[in-house]
Design a protein around this ligand. Structure first.
Ligand SMILES: Cc1cc2nc3c(=O)[nH]c(=O)nc-3n(C[C@H](O)[C@H](O)[C@H](O)COP(=O)(O)O)c2cc1C
Length: 197
């Protein structure tokens, strides 16, 4: 295997999150979506529980999810807190996307593996997806706002009681993809232990 280190480094640094409002509605080939999902499946996970479960919405499926979540937001939000622009955004963000992969964690039946580790494994698998998307010059955005953590969405998705929805991965193309982000230096976040410490 030839390891293309420079390309990997570049991919990791250049990957950005582009908000779905910047998507242009162009549809991604389903074969690419399957490649993204295939790579998701190769994430590390404790005990090989492979806890990631993905619900892919596109075409009329996206419309169904868009109207469901906008209606749910209206139902769950007290009148004084209701924001019409947010209600609208809950539809348009989905409808501008090509595919939305709803990120779910299926809890191991025996519950031997800690729940936090199941969630961590799903997050690793999402990183595989966003990097693959970036390699295809597809924009992605992991969003966990709105109705993500509601029981109603869990029911809509057919999740079990101990399973979790962890957000939406919005995928699409954009005429104006985000290119900038920032990070403070890694040196500020690392403590290095060696024999001379
Ligand atoms: C689990 C998770 C949930 C997120 N949820 C939201 C969200 O609801 N709204 C938002 O603006 N950004 C959210 N983000 C952050 C963005 O997806 C993005 O990573 C962040 O803006 C940094 O941009 P960059 O990835 O281009 O560096 C979330 C990120 C993660 C990992």
């Amino acid at each position: 295997m030839v390891i293309l280190v420079d390309q990997l480094n570049e991919l990791i640094h250049l990957r950005r999150s582009t908000k779905p409002r910047l998507f242009n509605g162009t549809r991604i080939d389903d074969n690419i979506i399957w490649q993204i999902l295939e790579n998701a499946n190769w994430a590390p996970n404790h005990g090989l529980t492979q806890p990631w479960r993905y619900k892919v919405f596109t075409d009329s499926g996206l419309e169904k999810l868009a109207y469901f979540q906008a209606d749910l937001y209206k139902k769950l939000t007290p009148e004084e807190k209701f924001k019409p622009e947010k209600h609208e955004r809950m539809k348009t963000n989905l409808l501008k996307s090509s595919h939305v992969v709803v990120i779910c964690m299926e809890r191991q039946k025996s519950e031997q593996i800690l729940e936090i580790e199941e969630i961590e494994a799903v997050a690793c698998s999402v990183q595989n997806m966003v990097l693959t998307a970036a390699a295809y010059q597809i924009c992605s955005f992991w969003g966990s706002g709105g109705v993500t953590y509601t029981e109603e969405l869990k029911e809509f998705l057919g999740l079990g009681e101990k399973d979790k929805c962890l957000g939406y991965l919005y995928l699409g193309y954009s005429d104006n993809p985000t290119t900038k982000s920032r990070r403070s230096p890694i040196q500020d976040k690392v403590e290095w232990f060696a024999e001379n410490i």
